[in-house]
Design a protein around this ligand. Sequence first.
Ligand code: PHE
Length: 387
Amino acid sequence: MIERIEQIRADGQAAIESAGSADALEALRVELLGRSSELTAILRGIGELPGEQRGAVGGAANRAQKQLEQALTERREELVGDELDRRLAGEQVDVTLPGSPLPAPGSLHLVNQTRREIEDVFCGLGYRVAEGPEIEHDYYNFTALNHPPGHPARMVQDTFYVDPASVDSARWDPDRHPASRPSARLGQERSEARPNLPPGPRDVLLHTHTSPMQVRSMELAPPPLRIIVPGSVYRRDNDATHTPMFSQVEGLAVDEGISLADLQGTLLELARAIFGPDREVRLRPHYFPFTEPSVEVDVSCFACGGTGSVGGRRDPLCKGAGWIEILGAGMIDPNVFGFVREFGYDPETVQGFAFGMGIERIAMLKHAVPDLRLFFEGDLRFARQFR
Ligand code: PHE
């Protein structure tokens, strides 16, 4: 009998030690120590044993029961501990690690990439980036830029006039823009924006170019001045090469002793930074009301290297000319300085140049984009090509 008890204990203990889960352990407890277990039966039967055996058998059975209970307890703790360790290992979080990177949130639109590229070139040349209001007074958009009254560019055919009462003045009032300085000349009455009357200086419109900031920035600070002005501009145009809204970057440099050669050198720097180190620029005479002389600026064609032909055929990009027009520019007309004389710009002592380029146009040339409208249609297949 004692040997059998010892057998039960040894087998039981071995089984407990190799039990792999809490469930298996519970099953073993029932089997080894439960009411219908062999050991329980032995303990119940002790009273029927011959007197001299009772002590030894009872002692052995009690010891076996205790040992098995203890083995169960220990194994249970081990199993619980293992499980906890496993869970801790699996759920380990190192809070000192940087967060996992967000899925790529997209990328800058080609227009903004190109704008930044242009800004970088001019920041490198010591220019400051300035922005003006999109809703502008006729005065800054036209009058002070030497567009004489009755100039066709001031007419509703070209321009989006705005009823000042219709705009949220807190946000859009051109007089409250950070680039504003109340100008004495703005005291004149507006013409009610009636198409049959010539517009007046206080009329309000979506600026048709970024040039109004030439005048605004000269009102704000005396020379020397070197700024570039990115902005969205608005014109009543709509076809494959014109959209009612497009983007420009204006440039303005005013100082003493500035000449057309400085303009050419500056634009050569731009052309080489954007279109490649071998580019040349040339200036062709042109007309703008607010520059004198005025020029259009061409860059030597980067498809044919300026020769006008690729593989013995006429280069389609420059149409065989070897040159591509990129922007308009000129020396500031002294009449424009006349509008800001009181702010330190004496036309007798300061000179300056200005230029204005279409950002989409630069991007179209550089990336061979065939249609201007692709920039504004929001088609991801287009946008993703320029990530
Ligand atoms: N504002 C002119 C335009 O939009 C471009 C320009 C800017 C020309 C500066 C000369 C000087 O066409």
